[in-house]
Write a protein that binds this ligand. Structure first.
Ligand code: GLU
Length: 239
């Protein structure tokens, strides 16, 4: 399992995501990528190799978007490559997903989704999640509900962070058997798979438990169970 970062707030996301991914490099990884909400859509950039290469490429884009997610990948399904690096997207590119872990039933889900017309762009287990969320979102029109529905179809281990072009500034997070921490800083809301990625922004974090969801916006983080009922989560201070 490798690294997840996410940020939504007042500042440009690009630099914050790269900083977080750099902090997660110690875990080892084979590729890296980010998805940033930009100009009403989602711009995804991935690179095989080092975060520094991704940062170099991002330097040409200078995205100003203030909400995004990022990932360092340790390949389990599909070779290390630009196409297999996260974030993975829906057919229309409006939904982007980063995932730590393994989706054990991905082959059945992929077959089912392909039969309904979904076109796959990678060999990963992860990409099924983007297409499941896409279908659920088309049905339900609400990203939190759509991610909960998609997660209900998954067997395996996952830490997930999801963004959608139609819900700008929102990051939906959930997990099962894969670590996720969430925190509020002075300039926005943060998610990561390891506190070290957000330690400069905050030392007060919520360690998400299995089958809990966090809804991050620029001004707030709210916590829910998988049925959408609000829950209280204890804040842990990290020295
Ligand atoms: N199973 C996913 C993949 O191979 C995620 C791997 C990871 O946790 O980095 O793309």
């Amino acid at each position: 399992m490798c690294g997840i970062v996410g940020y939504t707030g007042a500042d440009a996301a690009q630099g914050i995501l790269i900083e977080g991914l750099t902090r997660l490099e110690y875990r080892g990884y084979d590729s890296a990528g980010v998805a940033v909400e930009q100009d009403g859509g989602i711009q995804v950039i991935t690179r095989k190799g080092k975060v520094a290469e991704l940062a170099h490429t991002l330097g040409h884009f200078e995205m100003t978007g203030t909400c995004g997610i990022g990932h360092t990948r340790w390949a389990t399904h599909g070779k290390p490559s630009e196409a297999n690096a996260h974030p993975h997207t829906s057919c229309d590119g409006d939904i982007a997903v980063v995932h730590n872990g393994i989706i054990e039933n991905f082959a059945e889900l992929r077959e089912e989704l392909a039969a309904r017309g979904h076109a796959f762009k990678s060999d990963t287990d992860t990409e099924v999640v983007a297409h499941l969320v896409e279908e659920a979102y088309a049905d339900m029109g609400d990203l939190q509900t759509a991610v909960a529905h998609a997660a209900g179809r998954l067997i395996g281990a996952y830490g997930l962070a999801v963004v959608c072009a139609h819900e700008p500034g929102v990051i939906i997070v959930t997990r099962k058997d894969s670590p996720i921490v969430v925190g509020r800083g002075a300039e926005g809301s943060y998610v990561a798979s390891d506190i070290i990625a957000m330690i400069d922004a905050t030392r007060d974090v919520v360690v998400l438990a299995d089958d809990q969801m966090a809804v991050l916006t620029a001004d707030d983080v709210a916590y829910f169970d998988m049925e959408g009922r609000a829950i209280e989560c204890a804040v842990t201070h990290v020295d």
